[in-house]
Design a binder for this molecule. Structure first.
Ligand code: PLP
Length: 473
């Protein structure tokens, strides 16, 4: 399988190449050349497998002919061993025909663990195979950084630099990042906002000389490998609820459109997905696009679900590529509109196709609080604000008939104790594995929101220049 760019002018790469490059040379995102198909019999057969086994069946067709295929079985088994639930991603029933897909049983209590634990292992093995080192640089508003640091700590082919906006991530999120003591992990608290962090990271990637020297790679959801790992739980949950014989709908708390795009991919591979609900908080550029056909990101609004405080959903470009019949000239023209005038407008045909499968609903802060309260009163389950946005959007969805609705639970309530206390008056229980991790000393460097200063720090601390000598761990 080859991976091609949504913008059409970068060379096609193998899975391993796309994994390490993260972003295509022409600024586009990698997509599989075709969608592998799982037949109804193959989907039904997933029912007899454990999570890692099912994930292997879903992911392996994308790795055909790639050296990473030889790593896949071990990578999955190691990655999901660190989860605190034997089913890895269990389903809980929350209503007559609605379910919660619990993606919160990983080491940092958020759904990002499901992919990050896989991507870090793939990268480390691929780099060792090539005798190279790489440098991961990422900006985080909380969850991505914690999941990345947890997944990459101690790996000897990769140094990790995570920028977070100083004082703007939750206490738990910060300590999840800064209490990692391994030498390859570097936390930078930027004196600025998340947008400042992201701008610095983008500038680092845009600097060709630095990029090559540091072997820069990205681990946010523009990396197709992350999306690939997320396709698996759409299959396992749907099969539990009767697929391939019965369709399923999903409501997905959405920020960068990575997770929900994995749901689209599952459907493109043959899973009977009847509807994908894009659930957003007040940052509602996607729901607005559904109503008007015009996508026009505005200023980011801070909410109680910070991991979804995103207006510019990077992975939406992947869906545009699909809606445009994989015409990269059309993608380029939409992206150019977005750059030049801050918006683009879909054609009637594109909008019609979009609305056939997707719908989009946004939930404000009051609704989010009320939903946490309702779910607690009706089921006794304590949900975090991100998950609550997903539940609220699912409740706005009508016309599904007897199709079961699965809400993706993307973070554990213990990560957002303040919002939960506000909603139901009690503090969510802190799982022991979180308490144990948060006990130790914090390591973090404060830097101004200045490209040159941050770049200098990364250059001084990255080992990418040094050769990776032999060590096979
Ligand atoms: C990252 C994140 C999301 C959004 O996922 P995307 O793939 O960016 O759409 C939702 N909820 C939580 C808790 C997250 O950490």
């Amino acid at each position: 399988m080859k991976f091609i760019s949504t913008r059409g002018s970068a060379p096609a790469l193998s899975f391993e190449g796309a994994l390490l490059a993260a972003l295509a040379d022409d600024g586009g995102l990698f997509m599989p050349e075709t969608w592998p198909q799982l037949s109804p019999d193959e989907i039904a057969a997933l029912a007899g497998l454990d999570y890692a086994g099912a994930a292997y069946r879903v992911m392996s067709p994308f790795l055909e002919g790639d050296p990473c295929l030889d790593d896949l079985e071990e990578v999955l088994s190691e990655a999901y061993d660190s989860f605190h639930h034997p089913a890895v991603a269990p389903l809980a029933q929350i209503g007559p025909n609605s379910f919660m897909l619990e993606l919160v049983h990983g080491p940092t209590l958020a759904f990002k663990d499901l992919a990050m634990q896989v991507v870090s292992r793939f990268m480390n093995r691929a780099l060792k195979r090539r005798g190279q080192r790489a440098t991961v640089v990422g900006a985080t508003s909380g969850d991505t950084g914690a999941a990345a640091i947890e997944a990459f700590r101690g790996l000897d082919a990769i140094d990790v630099f995570i920028l977070h906006p100083k004082g703007r991530v939750s206490d738990v999120q910060r300590r999840q990042m800064t209490t990692a003591t391994e030498a390859n992990i570097h936390n930078i608290a930027v004196e600025g906002t998340f947008d400042d962090c992201q701008a610095i990271v983008k500038a680092l990637f845009g600097d060709r000389e630095l990029n090559a020297r540091l072997g820069l790679t990205g681990i946010n959801s523009i990396n197709f490998a992350r999306i690939l790992a997320q396709i698996a739980y759409y299959f396992t949950s749907a099969v539990t609820l009767g697929a391939p014989y019965r369709p399923v709908a999903f409501s997905v708390p959405t920020g960068n459109f990575g997770d929900i795009f994995a749901g689209y991919a599952a459907r493109a591979m043959g899973l009977p997905v009847q509807r994908l609900v894009i659930a957003t908080n007040l940052n509602d550029s996607l729901p607005r696009a559904f109503a008007s056909g015009t996508y026009e990101p505005q200023g980011v609004i801070a909410t109680s679900s910070p991991s979804m405080d995103i207006q510019l959903a990077s992975n939406f470009e992947r869906l545009l590529f699909e809606l445009a019949g994989r015409d990269s000239a059309r993608v380029l023209s939409l992206m150019e509109d977005l750059r030049a005038q801050g918006s683009f407008t879909l054609s009637q045909g594109e909008l019609g196709q979009l609305c056939e499968l997707f719908s989009a609903h946004s939930a404000g802060e009051d609704v989010t609080q009320m939903t946490i309260r309702e779910v607690f009163e009706e089921t006794g389950m304590v949900e975090d604000p991100h998950t609550a946005v997903g539940v609220a959007a699912a409740q706005q969805e009508t016309g599904l008939g007897t199709t079961p609705m699965v809400v993706l639970s993307t973070a554990h309530a213990a990560k957002f104790p303040d919002a939960v206390r506000q909603a139901i008056g009690i503090e969510p229980e802190q799982p022991e594995r979180l308490t144990l991790k948060l006990g130790s000393e914090e390591r973090c460097t404060d830097l101004p929101a200045d490209f040159a200063t941050v770049a200098g720090f990364v250059v001084d601390h990255a080992r990418a220049d040094a050769s990776l000598t032999g060590a096979e761990a």
